[in-house]
Ligand binder design. Sequence first.
Ligand code: GAL
Length: 385
Amino acid sequence: MPKRLLLAALLTLAGAAQAQQRTAFAPGQPWPDNKDTHLNAHGAGVLYDKGRYYLFGEHKVAGPKGNSAQVGVHCYSSKDLYNWQDEGIAFAVAPEGSGSEVEKGCVLERPKVVFNKQTGQYVMWFHLELKGKGYAAARTAVAVASKPTGPYRYVRSYRPGAGQWPLGFKDEWKQPAPGEKDLKWWTPEWRAAVAQGSFIRRDFVPGQMARDMTIFVDDDGKAYNIHSSEENLTLHVAELTADYQGFTGRWNTIAPAGHNEAPAICKRGGKYYLITSGCTGWAPNAARSFVASSIWGPWQQLDNPATGPDADSTYHSQSTYLLPVAGKKDAFIFMADRWTPKNPIEGGYIWLPLTFEGDQPRLRWADRWTLSAFDQPRSKVVATP
Ligand code: GAL
């Protein structure tokens, strides 16, 4: 080939490769990976490890079976958060009929991975429902690996807090109050009964329910599993053991009877911020936000963090993770899912910059934005053209 043609061909190839490079976030749009396939990582979380981000999420399949785990947890990696390389299935479900808790057809949701410095292991937690049992099991499960991309080995599942009262639980609450079973739901008396442990007592022996969840590692290395408990009425925060594979027995409630799901947490200026959703299944609803000076509370409820059009449905999405951007102080990306339960594989991703007005976390819609949004004065973070 003449040199001139070779050069032209090389330039075309380089151009094509460059065209595939993404340079911005486009919330709600299809998000192709390096193989040009829409990311398949729903209810996701992100691990930052040795200069690379690792995205872990539910691998969904097409059609009605797609909301149960047919494959496992999918992993992608990225240097810049815009372009994701397919790293394959990090945690695979066990074969059908194996009788394993995590066999194909179970429900495996909201996987989150953290690194444990003491053991050198990567620890994955997820919400587990046993095959054929709907959402009754309400368990939280753990798997470990020696590499971020896996393969993760299943360890076990838990009902947290078995035989342990939450912090500050009064002695007089350890016995049922007369007539509490007959209280009408959502009345002030019923809410007070929930706050004084009506569901906690019910589940004291088997352990507390654990559905939608996230994991948070604090600056001191202590990790916490935050999950929707008590029939999704109350969030629980439970301290993990030093190896992050079990529970210490120290736990507390957040917003009793507040009906919160989809917890996502970050820490900024020594304070903890929590974003949650209400409980309407796959249908979106208005997000909520909370702030606390200690992970154990008290948690103060703030406003819906979303602003502008579609704020009442969190832009048709539900929170899953608050992602700290490496190298940028107090820069967090709000990650959420736009569920498509009839064909789950199509589910979309809403990533938006999280800003703060005082203590109030704020979200504003942007069709397209880049990480440079975090370099502007924070009150002025807006969409890039
Ligand atoms: C949502 C929850 C999802 C999934 C779904 C099932 O509220 O956040 O993770 O459990 O309900 O209906």
